[in-house]
Design a protein around this ligand. Structure first.
Ligand SMILES: Nc1ncnc2c1ncn2[C@@H]1O[C@H](COP(=O)(O)OP(=O)(O)OP(=O)(O)O)[C@@H](O)[C@H]1O
Length: 252
């Protein structure tokens, strides 16, 4: 893995909120086709870190390098356009729109109508959406239904399909399984593996250590805004990770 170039490099990135240092000089790398679990106790800085990577917050210091080029995002849409797809707990999908409209959100194809009007090419959006969902073996019977009528797992699946359709370079998932029943959790974890097989690296935040151990190749632990450590999944166990999360290894 060390011979390939990382897709993402974060170098000494920091973010303050007033006097509080939410993320303190954190560096990390993500390589093609790996799943990285990002763990840490409440308030450790995980969400802030991914919001820095995905264009929600602007860093106070440090660099983000994507495919060897330094990037700076003015907004989450800008980060998406450059290949960083993020699924937050609240998902960033439009509840009142159907799956195709969500997959094409902000990047809708336009068709000339009667040589005069520009209209959305809905038929194209539907065909393309069906194709990408089929490719990923995602079953959504009625694609015309608004997202709000879909199950949590189906929504995650639509967000993942959007990432695949637009050739995301990196997928970030914040607590993707938190609100799901067990069968749906398993499906989402399976989709994470599918992304990895397609070479798309995934950063996954989860409070569920079992989920992280089930899919991650590597774990990065944050504690009080700093990177407490990182481990290959093969070289660690949940006791060690929990100790890193709570800082037990430093206590007397
Ligand atoms: N927009 C904000 N304004 C002020 N403080 C913030 C903001 N966002 C996060 N913080 C603070 O920054 C610190 C890190 O929060 P963050 O949400 O990144 O942690 P986390 O590891 O994701 O926690 P959790 O697991 O509870 O979501 C916390 O002390 C939090 O209160």
């Amino acid at each position: 893995m060390s011979t390939t170039q990382p897709i993402l490099q974060v170098k000494d990135i920091s973010k303050h909120f007033g006097g509080l240092i939410a993320v303190d000089r954190v560096s990390l790398e993500v390589y093609p086709g790996e799943v990285v679990g990002l763990l840490g106790d409440n308030g450790a800085g995980k969400s802030t870190l991914i919001k820095l990577i995905s264009g929600v917050h602007h860093p106070d210091g440090g660099q983000i390098v994507l495919d060897g080029h330094e990037v700076s995002f003015s907004s989450p849409l800008e980060a998406r356009r450059q290949g960083i797809e993020t699924i937050y707990q609240d998902l960033a999908l439009c509840e009142n729109l159907d799956a195709p409209a969500n997959i094409f959100l902000g990047r809708e194809p336009i068709r000339r109508f009667l040589g005069l009007l520009n209209v959305l090419n809905r038929a194209y959006m539907l065909t393309e959406s069906r194709q990408v969902l089929d490719q990923l073996d995602i079953k959504i019977p009625n694609l015309r239904r608004p997202i709000r009528l879909m199950s949590g797992g189906q929504r995650q699946a639509v967000a993942i399909a959007r990432a695949v359709y637009w050739n995301a370079r990196l997928m970030i998932m914040d607590e993707p399984t938190a609100a799901l029943g067990i069968p749906e959790q398993q499906k989402v974890l399976q989709l994470v593996r599918t992304l990895r097989e397609r070479g798309v690296p995934v950063i996954i935040i989860s409070h569920n250590l079992q989920d992280v151990f089930a899919v991650a190749d590597r774990i990065i632990v944050m504690r009080r805004g700093r990177k407490a450590g990182e481990r290959s999944i093969k070289a660690t166990n949940d006791n060690e990770i929990v100790s890193m999360m709570v800082g037990a290894e430093q206590e007397e």
